[in-house]
Design a binder for this molecule. Sequence first.
Ligand code: TEU
Length: 583
Amino acid sequence: MESTVPKWWKEATIYQIYPASFKDSNGDGLGDIPGIISKLDYLKALGVNVLWICPFYKSPQYDMGYDISDYQDVHAPYGTKADIDALISGVHERGMKVIFDLVVNHTSHEHAWFQESRSSKQSPKRDWYIWKPAKMVDGKRAPPNNWRSNFGGSVWQWDEHTQEYYLHYFAPQQPDLNWENPEVRKAVYATAVNYWLDKGVNGFRIDTVNMYSKWLDFPDADIVDPSTPWQPADKFYSNGPRLHEFLKEMHRECFGRYDVVSIGECPNTPNFHDVLPFVSTKEKELDMVIQFDLASMDHGGGELRLWHRDWSLRLFKAITEDAQKLAIPEHDGWCTTYLENHDQARSVSRFANDDPKYRVAGAKMLATYLLTLSGTPIIFQGEELGMVNMPPSWDVDKEYKDLNTIDYMVELRRMAGSDKGMLEKGIYGAQRTARDHGRTPIQWDDSSQAGFSTAKDTWMRVNDSYKEINAATEEKDANSVLAFYRQLLTLRQEYKELFIYGMFELHESEDDNTITYIKRNGDQNALVLLNFTNQDQSFVIPSTFKGQPELLLSNLPKAGKHVLRPYEARIYVNKGKRVVNGA
Ligand code: TEU
């Protein structure tokens, strides 16, 4: 086999929508479903073909909808069930597809299943969640083990009513379902998955998909921070003993019965060989996964995960090469490529440069990376405008709304005590990497509230940059980040045999400043050159490039001969040799 098997979801470019911040249609300061519908033509014109809608379901919103209390109902401030139907048909009428977010590792504590489960130890649904008696330590009640939850504190929450602890990998308002119980799995498939697939939804992005199967002996984690009882337990949260069995069953009962896409979010799984079984076609589990290696490269690990650390371009390249391997024919899998999502800071601020002098070139350079790789790219809302992080002048305690950041600040203050240096370092970490940065309202124009809302106050403050960075201004500018995304998205489809199905060949893996790769398919090839620095960088055309290089696209005018200017990106192809439909 010369090339991997074509599929619609391989040719997809996904655009991720975070409903709270996309577009407010009724002036309450919060985005909503009619707001999304009003922008479908904008998305069609952008050139993306699949929309991923983050949770819009009924939820008390402790974690922005990742705490669902009814899988079939809609969070009222976002709209109605009829609005969701209109969204699905509006997307389909425009020839695009739509996927939803599937959050079934946990429910909200307000979900009827949990309400019933916590009502008594005899409840028929008691076993639908994970309950454990207290451990007695020195005559005092203690949780069953020392695991720290993803948002800080213990993963165990004491329940007064029935005098037991329940498990929550995330917030206490997000109790983990007991996937060991076949009734739970059946109920999940019917109510959360197939209900929507029957309505014509084209698939799911699946939240924390590798956390379903638990290590039921719940061993204590190693103590890395003696100042707290709660220790990082990342290696225990994920990839439990029955995970692959559960995913095969979900494929059989759900995804395999429809022509849909399944994209699993897969934290704590850095190793290519561990990822392959999830996505290898013959395993019949998932179509692709969202890995975390790039996304967490500049995050501190351990007890304070928002802590900022330096990242290196060498590692960036090695991670890219590893993911691209999943898509080669002998592995028969597929991968995703993304630089942003609702859990991440803005990529131009993280990986390029958000100084106004370099922002446009930097955002276009990253776009070139995102849209020339094999695997399905995911563009996060606002990334196509080159949106940037919240400014450092904003008060972390006032303007950051994410429970993860709020919990982090509590823990930071506890750890820092009177150590001002540590406090400042911790705040700097939030300013670099907090999830809030991706959640500010989309900047549609330069009117007040950036055209996102007519409300006086929006749920999160609009980024100060909106006068300069906004869709309306960029629409009028042929050299804008938005215009460049449109061009690239057109080229990705036009040259799909290279950018989607071509084989990835990394060059200069040891270079700390630039990324160089060839995408190859038979006699055709494209060379991609990316300068990640604010300095000129020289380059050579790799000797394995076949034919005469012709410049296909560059993010800066008048490309010089052997030098890439700051944040310059170029794509060369051997046009003469082009075979149309060579995929
Ligand atoms: O995120 C899962 C996840 O492991 C991280 O990306 C998460 O942001 C981090 O652990 C926080 O410290 C998913 C969702 O994308 C995220 O928004 C939810 O908060 C989380 O699951 C729980 O549903």
